[in-house]
Design a protein around this ligand. Structure first.
Ligand SMILES: [Zn+2]
Length: 301
């Protein structure tokens, strides 16, 4: 049994922001290797218009493939009703809806206010979706590149609205603004409002605080984390700024603390080799894979 649950979001959050396209067959091999390393949940793509994000054009095929991997929970992102219908049609086990807490970000990204976006998710949740989990992810929950500060009360209000009809709610630091004190405070506040429906934490490592924020969330009681292999998905306009918190380092942190992830690090490094082989010019990060495991390292029991 795992003490924490890690969802690999590299095939979605990583590849969506990567400079290089990964071929469909390479994606499949990488996802299979991630699952073989013990990842039980993988966000494999997003159902956005292919013209907008060509890297996600094969998401339907990828979902259909990933569904055949025994024991794997296949997650897809959907920004609206149309995306949700495509996700259901493809057979995703879980669909994540991003709802921006920043008014400026929401209006520029989905041309909807946060309240309108909550209503869009409600519309989807009211459709029959037998066996499919719905997650509402409050994005830009810790700050926004357009708006700057995002009031914590706005985050609590949106999380509470989503909790009415979503199976789970997550808080996402979409642009890497969070710090550990803020993470503890906001997760504690939102949990006080919605209880156990608050599940996931999604951090970006833009300012090097991804792993510190993940630890702060863990100490605040969070047990579900998103991360991406190699910190894939760095912003091309901010050199050295990596994408999500790095899966390899997150797994190493937990395992060395005695917190079981269910993930085998040596097999994870094999999946990493597939990733760097498939898109060799894409920068990937990770302290643990570069340094190797320490002598005498013992994974959590
Ligand atoms: Zn993200």
């Amino acid at each position: 049994m795992s003490d924490v649950h890690i969802c690999e979001v590299g095939p979605r959050d990583g590849l969506q922001n990567a400079r290089h396209l990964m071929a469909t067959e390479a994606k499949k091999a990488w996802i299979a290797a991630l699952a073989a390393a013990g990842l039980e949940e993988i966000e494999v793509g997003s159902f956005v218009p292919p013209k907008l994000i060509p890297a996600m054009a094969d998401t339907g095929e990828i979902v259909a493939f990933a569904r055949m991997i025994p024991g794997l929970k296949v997650v897809a992102l959907a920004p609206n009703l149309k995306g949700f219908q495509r996700a259901l049609g493809a057979g995703a086990h879980k669909v994540t809806f991003p709802v921006s807490a920043s008014r400026a970000h929401s209006e520029s990204n989905v041309r909807m206010t946060p309240e309108q976006m909550v209503e869009e998710v409600r519309k989807c949740a009211l459709l029959p979706h037998p066996g499919v989990e719905i997650e509402g992810a409050v994005s830009t929950a810790f700050g926004c590149t357009m708006q700057g500060q995002v009031p914590e009360d706005d985050v609590v209000r949106i999380a509470a609205a989503l909790a009415e009809f979503c199976d789970a709610v997550a808080l996402a630091d979409t642009v890497g603004y969070a710090n550990p004190a803020q993470v503890k405070r906001l997760f504690t506040k939102v949990r006080a409002a919605i209880g156990a429906k608050l599940e996931g934490a999604h951090f970006h490592d833009t300012r090097g605080l991804g792993i510190a924020n993940a630890l702060a969330a863990y100490e605040a009681g969070v047990r579900h984390f998103d991360s991406s292999m190699g910190g894939l998905g760095g912003c091309p306009f901010a050199p050295g700024a990596s994408g999500n918190v790095i899966t390899e380092d997150l797994v190493f942190m937990f395992e060395s603390m005695g917190v079981a992830t269910g993930i085998d690090l040596e097999r994870l490094f094999k999946a990493r080799a597939l990733l760097s082989g498939a898109i060799p010019d894409e920068p990937i990060y990770g302290h643990t894979p570069q340094a190797g495991l320490p002598k005498g390292f013992r994974a959590a029991a």
